[in-house]
Ligand binder design. Structure first.
Ligand SMILES: [Zn+2]
Length: 231
């Protein structure tokens, strides 16, 4: 009751707005309004995490375990604005919120069971300086908050790409990212089941390159989770 009073008062003084439509949020809403939540095209791959169309992106490329995404992602749709703000408009709280949202949807189905550590997809130091944070780390913080699963940062280091990924074919992307990752602390992940976190997965080539580097640790199990899956 008391918390609700203060939330209502704070909302009156400095109203919080929906990250998608910009409407004022009620004290019961967090980050996104109920109306926008209802319009999000949620994916349900976490119900069949071992075999789904997203998991098949990685079959034969590295020994993948569970794979899921929170929602399907297309340019000019509502979730697009969410990811865009997270990446380009300094909104780390959106990443943490989406991390918590994934736990609320997926934990009841056992998605996080037997995961030993979360590994946020690393970004280059230059991009981190520009953005102010690593968006995957913010998503990981939200997951950690509700599950208690530890976050391993800096296990894999990322270097700059030789070419921009945007206009390359799938084969060219794979070649481009192959040398972008470097395993830094193999002893930390050896014998563990890790959950690799990314914001959006399109072809899976970046995740694959990072996972290939992680497998060099030996005796490691890798699951993959992203906010968006490009359709
Ligand atoms: Zn809204």
């Amino acid at each position: 009751m008391r918390a609700s009073f203060w939330t209502d008062l704070l909302d009156f003084i400095a109203p919080r707005t929906c990250a998608i439509c910009g409407r004022w949020l009620s004290s019961r809403e967090e980050c996104i309004c109920i109306s926008c939540i209802c319009d999000i095209p949620f994916a349900s791959y976490h119900l069949h995490p071992l075999d789904n169309p997203m998991a098949r992106l990685f079959w034969g490329l590295f020994p993948v375990e569970k794979v899921a995404a929170l929602f399907f992602y297309q340019p000019r749709t509502q979730p697009y604005h969410l990811i865009h703000d997270l990446k380009y408009h300094y909104a780390p709280e959106i990443g943490q919120y989406l991390g918590r949202l994934m736990v609320k949807r997926m934990q009841p189905h056992g998605f996080f069971d037997d995961i030993d550590a979360i590994i946020p997809m690393p970004i280059t130091w230059l991009r981190r300086i520009h953005r102010g944070y690593n968006q995957s780390e913010e998503i990981a913080k939200g997951i950690h908050e509700l599950t208690g699963i530890p976050i391993y940062n800096n296990v894999v280091k990322r270097h700059r790409f030789k070419h921009s990924q945007t206009k390359l074919s799938i084969r060219q992307r794979r070649e481009n990212v192959r040398d972008a990752f470097h395993l830094n602390k193999s002893e930390k992940v050896r014998g563990k089941h890790v959950l690799l976190i990314d914001d959006v997965i399109t072809t899976g080539s970046t995740i694959t390159a990072c996972a290939e580097e992680l497998t060099k640790a030996g005796d490691i199990r890798i699951s993959v989770l992203s906010i968006g899956l490009t359709k």
